[in-house]
Design a protein around this ligand. Structure first.
Ligand code: HGY
Ligand code: MN
Ligand code: MN
Length: 411
């Protein structure tokens, strides 16, 4: 262990500079994937990487790779990174911290004129959030072979624009193949996005794995009719059906505590007119649990509940599971490297399983993978008030650089 320390002020300044791109009134960011704002942030990241002497390449899913050569460039790179895109009411740290922590690793190694044995790569994965384009983590999924390239490029937003079209539009439809190459190890630094580390006054989360996730798209179809003359008993009110289904989602979450999560995050009401009985509802469901078996049982319970409600209210139901990300356990080599670095650097730490999905989930299919968590204020994320301290942000990056160097010099 080299006991390398990064330049915390430089990392913090880069984060605050990047946070100006897509800045919102309440102090967060809105950088939806492949919008002009995402492009502006990508362009800044690419410029910073080139200024740090990296060679930058972009693959067919728009993933950006900044490469710093090592002594033996035939070796597979030790990679780190995360995502630049954000939620509509996102924060200054979700994703971009892992991208800029990787850049800080490069900048620090440059300061030290330290040449690693294996090359280092910093990556920004396209569309991690899954907010504009579903599913989440789709570009790291294509890189890892979970999804075909054609599927990834064809994912559409609610306006019918595809990832492929938007990559072309913003100039990030790269030429490099997406995936199919060796990666020596992958590390992702991220805020925890939950309350555990802060509550236990731990600086570092040594991430053991990520819980399972299932996403659904549900349509409830009734019949538009006049809100005035239509008798209550003759209505086919799609919104009443959807409302009861939303209540079932919550009930299923509570019925599977302590580890289940169940959320309806998006709903579209049609025709969305105050004096028309809604005839069509589209809504999404996000179910999560660390155990695959319980997550599957929750899924079956949800489908059964929706079918029962639709039958009772004489509504048509379209129920589709659009994404399943099984629970993942990270590689002992990388978890160990993170643990060793955190201990050697003297940071209070604990093991933790991630409640949020991350690109590391898919990269772990093709490379030994680990994650480093740092606390965020009140455990809040996917919220414009998301906040972290400069000290914790720097500590996570200190762990990152030492874990990466240990792996890059191991061969
Ligand atoms: O959904 C997630 O957990 C991640 O923020 N994309
Ligand atoms: Mn994230
Ligand atoms: Mn997120």
């Amino acid at each position: 262990m080299q006991n390398i320390r990064i330049n915390g002020q430089r990392l913090w300044d880069s984060l605050m500079e990047m946070a100006k791109i897509g800045a919102t009134e309440k102090g967060g960011v809105c950088r939806l994937a492949l919008t002009d704002v995402d492009k502006a942030a990508r362009d800044l990241f690419v410029r910073w990487c080139e200024e740090a002497g990296c060679t930058v390449s972009v693959d067919k899913m728009g993933n950006i790779f900044a490469r710093r050569p090592g002594k033996d460039n035939a070796l597979p790179p030790v990679m780190t990174g995360s995502h630049i895109d954000s939620q509509p009411t996102g924060g200054k740290f979700d994703g971009i911290y892992g991208v800029l922590a990787g850049l800080e690793v490069v900048r620090t190694l440059n300061d030290l004129s330290y040449e690693t044995n294996a090359p280092i790569e910093v990556v920004a994965w396209t569309n991690e959030e899954g907010s504009r384009f579903a599913p989440a983590m789709v570009a790291s999924g294509v890189f890892a072979g979970e999804f075909e390239l054609a599927y990834g490029l064809a994912c559409k937003d609610r306006d019918g624009k595809s990832i492929g079209e938007e990559l072309e539009r913003i100039g990030y439809a790269g030429a490099a193949e997406c995936g199919g190459r060796a990666v020596g190890a992958f590390f992702e630094s991220h805020i925890e996005q939950g309350p555990i580390l802060e509550a236990e006054a731990k600086t570092i989360g040594v991430v053991q794995g990520v819980q399972g996730i299932r996403w659904y798209e549900i349509e409830v179809i009734g019949m538009e009719a006049h809100a005035g003359p239509t008798p209550m008993e003759r209505r086919k009110d799609a919104l009443v059906g959807a409302a009861r289904m939303v209540e079932e989602v919550r009930r299923i979450g509570f019925a599977n505590l302590p580890n289940a999560c169940a959320t309806v995050g998006m709903m579209e009401v049609s025709p969305n007119s105050r004096n028309v009985i809604p005839g069509h509802i589209f809504f999404t469901v996000d179910l999560r649990h660390p155990e695959a078996g319980i997550l599957e049982a929750m899924s079956k319970e949800l489908e059964g509940a929706c079918e029962k409600i639709a039958a009772e209210l004489k509504l048509e139901l379209k129920f589709e599971e659009i994404w399943y990300s099984p629970p993942v356990k990270f590689h002992d080599k990388c978890v160990g490297a993170v643990q060793e670095a955190a201990d050697a650097l003297g940071f209070e730490n604990r093991g933790i399983v991630s409640g949020a999905g991350h690109d590391a989930v898919y990269v772990s299919r093709v490379a030994p993978t680990g994650m480093i968590f740092v606390p965020c204020k009140d455990g809040i994320s996917h919220n414009e008030t998301e906040s972290a301290t400069p000290e914790d942000i720097a500590a996570g990056c200190d762990v990152l650089v030492n874990a990466m160097v240990a792996c890059a010099d191991a061969d």
